[in-house]
Design a protein around this ligand. Sequence first.
Ligand code: PMP
Length: 290
Amino acid sequence: MSKIWIDGKFIDSSKAKVSVFDHGLLYGDGCFEGIRIYNGRILKLRSHIVRMFESAASIRLQPGHSIDEMEEIVRETVAINEQKDGYIRLVFTRGKGTLGLNPFLCPTATVIVIVESIKLYPNEMYEDGMSIIVANRPRVPKECLDPQVKSLNYLNNILAKIEAIDAGVLEALMLNLDGEVAECTGDNIFIIKDGTISTPPTSAGILNGITRQLVIEDIAPDLGYTVQERKLDLEEVLDADEVFLTGTAAEVIGVSHIGEKSVGCGKVGPITHALEDKFRKMVSENAPED
Ligand code: PMP
């Protein structure tokens, strides 16, 4: 049984609970991070914690710990669970309050660190590629709730994920209100055309994925590619030679079909395979923790 860190105490996972008056539960008022542990190292721990604090600041939530303290708490939770490979879920909720909306009537944030093992997409998908659909539901516009805030309000993504599951696939591509390509429900998207890799800019209204940044800054350049961050329309994605997704849980995964249409020749392309391999090599040998 794993031990959950919750508000300063380690609690057995079967006994860890939050109040029914917690605004995280009542209103989705809070934020979270998903982080991976590879071979005893915590991939991009610092970047995840910094993003968590940015999410918290943008909803005016104060977790009551500094960035350094939070890093220490996460490391301690990983150590006590003796988890060498796995997944960390970090959650800040607004905490216990009244039934009213006022977040400032919640005196103390609830802070939770969960360490678990992880189930990735099935192995064959990394070899053969995954099928996705284009969701009918647009991504929530940044003027309403900026997708750069990794908030506990994931209903926009969940409703698009339901569209995917109804269509018999596991991921859905979401467009923004201007019809530009944004991101998938839990992953960022990249395309490759004539040897050039492109991905939507954060201004399209997306989460600036840590894996996305790793591909742009390290993995693609290590293989001799520069990634262009630019507006993409759906036609370009459907016409790409290769399409791949990135995310903490997904890592780097090729897309073989979008709806009825095959991507390239309907298999994972060579550049995507090279990026997948480079990512796996990096995390298994020496995952950067910065
Ligand atoms: N977009 C969304 C909406 C996500 O929830 C995630 C994380 N699952 C991503 C993109 C990928 O981000 P990261 O690489 O930081 O996990």
